[in-house]
Write a new protein. Structure first.
Length: 69
């Protein structure tokens, strides 16, 4: 991914005819880590919400069955 990004940046600079002040590698790495962290947190939150919602649905269904029998 990094090699592809570097090639794209070089291609853009070549097309424009001058160098662009890109963020340095360390800053890009920090940004990538932050995005990956937020992405992981988002996915974990979605999984937790889906699991909790499913458990709540099953529990309420069991209560309904218990109440009607």
């Amino acid at each position: 991914m990094v090699n592809y990004t570097n090639r794209m940046m070089t291609a853009i600079e070549s097309a424009m005819g001058h160098e662009i002040a890109w963020p340095d590698r360390q800053e890009r790495a920090v940004n990538s880590a932050a995005v990956a962290g937020f992405s992981w947190l988002y996915r974990a939150g979605r999984w937790l919400f889906a699991t909790r919602t499913s458990a709540l649905y099953i529990f309420s269904l069991e209560c309904l069955v218990a109440a009607t029998t």
